[in-house]
Design a protein around this ligand. Structure first.
Ligand code: SF4
Length: 417
């Protein structure tokens, strides 16, 4: 895997330099500090492997930060026209409107992967999402196509909670606890690095999404007795509960504790071993917020993402993937009221696009996905200007051997009925 050489300066230095304005860093939405811990998140680890320091924003020339928004957008549209069919822009639902306006297609991580794979003609796919999504797009597209992530710092704090070495160590420890590893099926959520998808590919495992997790559990239990699920503890548990697995048969592996913080008996008796990871956005939603919404809006329908904690999912009226949330609210009768437990940019967009319904976010503090938020129109302009000049910057490439193993796990998922 070869990433371009990038020169970076600390975000703190950018912020203290009055000649540099970084509007998205000082946007009121990014307060409070509880959104996402910055250290150790995002694409830091990947960047570190290539000698870059762990910083919050990839550095691009100052003029991009200072540019008038109208002029900047006009230049992006002009470059898009110049590149024509050579370029496809994909936008994740959690991207801000200033970014999503440029997307040819919108979707959640799974839908965007499928869309990326379907773009046989496009030479370049500009992926306005986060790092693991661009990796999956690279795995699923042809070698001829180039996947570009506008800001290399746009990672996913959840994906970063399960490191390849830690998962390998846990796998070995489970074997040493006396469990026959042939009976354990590793399942990784789509929101994980290519390294973990490859781990699943070579160990008889599979990838799942929030849409098909239940069917993937069926697939796994047809082939084994136990599931090791990572990196999202909550999606793993919520899915297990829907399959009737008792909560005490689902244990949590903490990678910071010896033997994951579990006894040998707990490991042997478990039906599902969940990785201790979570989404910083969805873990914020609470039962108290649902109670408040019901008190203030007696006719409210509460719909949440399955990355929320179990008690939140159980207190809601329905739970499902981002696409499920969009489809459900879109199909609902006019005049209905919806309290939504997912990322704020999507909730605000639904509210704007479906004015016949009342739609609001469950979390009054409003926490965006701050790693998604690192994609900004200035980065889009910077990458497109390079493309037009014949230089590909910020290309995401998965090493061929790893891509082959990851594709095995992805193909197993795609074959699940
Ligand atoms: S919303 Fe959560 S899972 Fe999705 S990219 Fe952001 S941190 Fe990762």
């Amino acid at each position: 895997m070869a990433l371009p050489v990038v020169t970076l300066v600390p975000a703190a230095a950018q912020m203290s330099d009055p000649t540099i304005t970084t509007p998205w860093l000082v946007d009121a939405q990014l307060d409070p500090a509880s959104c996402v811990p910055e250290e150790g998140t995002g694409a830091y680890e990947t960047l570190k492997a290539y000698g870059a320091k762990p910083l919050r924003q990839q550095r691009i020339p100052r003029e991009y930060f200072k540019m008038d928004a109208v002029e900047r957008d006009a230049r992006i549209w002009a470059l898009r026209r110049e590149l024509g069919d050579r370029l496809v822009v994909l936008g994740h639902h959690y991207q801000r409107d200033e970014v999503i306006q440029f997307a040819d297609f919108r979707g959640d991580s799974y839908k965007l992967s499928q869309l990326a794979a379907a773009q046989r003609e496009a030479e370049f796919v500009l992926f306005c999402g986060v790092h693991f999504m661009a990796e999956s797009a690279d795995i699923l597209t042809s070698d001829r196509q180039k996947i570009i992530l506008p800001n290399l710092e746009a990672g996913c704090s959840m994906a970063d909670m399960a490191k390849g070495d830690d998962v390998e160590a846990a796998w070995r420890a489970i074997g040493q606890a006396g469990v026959d590893l042939k009976t354990v099926i590793p399942v990784t959520y789509m929101n994980s690095t290519a390294e973990l998808k490859a781990f699943c590919g070579r160990n008889g495992g599979i990838v799942c999404t929030s849409s098909n997790a239940s069917r993937v559990y069926d697939w796994a239990f047809e082939r084994g007795e136990k599931i090791m699920f990572f990196p999202d503890e909550h999606l793993g548990r919520n899915t297990g509960v829907t399959k009737g697995i008792p909560e005490d048969r689902m244990v949590v592996w903490d990678p910071f504790k010896p033997m994951g913080g579990l006894t040998v008996e707990q490991i042997r008796d478990a039906t599902v071993i969940l990785w201790k990871g979570y989404c910083s956005v969805h873990a914020r939603f609470s039962v108290e917020q649902i109670e408040t919404a019901r008190a203030e809006h007696p006719s409210v329908n509460v719909i949440v993402h399955p990355e929320c904690r179990l008690e939140v999912v159980q207190a809601a009226d329905s739970a499902g993937s981002t696409e499920f949330i969009i489809d459900t609210i879109t199909a609902a009768p006019a005049g209905t009221v919806w309290a939504v437990g997912t990322e704020i940019n999507l909730v605000n967009r639904l509210n704007a696009e479906l004015p016949d319904k009342e739609i609001f976010c469950l979390d009054p503090v409003v926490c965006p996905c701050s790693t998604m938020y690192r994609v900004h129109p200035s980065y889009i302009l910077w990458t497109l200007e390079h493309l037009v000049e014949g230089e590909v910057v910020n290309q995401i490439m998965v090493a061929p051997a790893q891509a082959r193993e990851a594709l095995v796990a992805l193909d197993r998922m795609l074959a699940v009925p």
